[in-house]
Design a protein around this ligand. Sequence first.
Ligand SMILES: [Zn+2]
Length: 337
Amino acid sequence: MLDIVKEIGKKKEELIEKISNVKDNKDIEILKSEYIKKFLGSLYKELKNIEDISLKKELGKEINEFKNFANEKIEILKDNFESKRNFNKYDVSIFKENIKIGCSHPLIKLYKKIENIFVSMGFSIVQGPEIELDKYNFEKLNMPSHHPARDMQDTFYVTHPNILLRSHTSSVQVRTMEIESPPIQVISPGTVYRVDDIDPQHTPMFYQVEGLMVGEGISFSNLKAVLIKLLKEVFGTSIKVRFRPTYYPYTEPSAAIDMSCVECGGKGCRTCGNSGWIVVLGSGMVHPNVLEGVGYDSEKYTGFAFGLGLNRLALLYYGLGEIRKIYENNISLWKQL
Ligand SMILES: [Zn+2]
């Protein structure tokens, strides 16, 4: 009897040692067969041969204890292996064919290009709200109520007359100047809204990039240099750029900027309405009323501002033809651009 108890103790120690060396399920099966089937089987046989009831009871207790011990250890081992195997199911290195990979939207790609050009010239990026107060969208941009220029942009009102969806990113100019002192050199990208029917050239929501540079001695030459650099870096050095006098209430003088048509090289085609030129930007020197309105001394500080329609620029840049194509989520087309 004592020998058997000793043997059980020895087997326990052996089992613990072997468990620490188990490498796979096959090893677990070997342990099960060796310790549960064979060794326990032999113990039960021994038990049968014992006639002394109290001895039989005592040995039975020892055997049961070993049985529970071995079963529990092997069960834990199996669980550990199972969870490891489940984890291994997600092998990230396995190659899967035909996975559809997305890509950046062409507007974003073009915007990033434009942003990089401005950042390289020392501009920083600012943003403002899309739901805007009338005073930032119109009033402080030299367009008090009943100013006829307000009709140039058909506006969506949230609560008439004070809260609206911004009709241009120029609102961010005022917000920036209110909290910062010159020199200022910023661009502000974002969505703008105007009441418009959807047609090949118009959508009621589109993207603008606004720019503003204010400081001492800023002149129209600075405006020209910055915007010519922008257009030539985006469309190539062979394009021609011209500045045409126009009217905006918030700039004086104001200039519309035309670029030679990228489709026909200036010869005249459908895209440029046979003129050879395409309007790409609105710009001008910031109106003294706007500067005074935010507390700047317009005798000391001057500046220029400009706005470009990203959607229109994207049509020309990618040769898309229709503005609606920008919103069609045609990933296979985007990947070619
Ligand atoms: Zn053309």
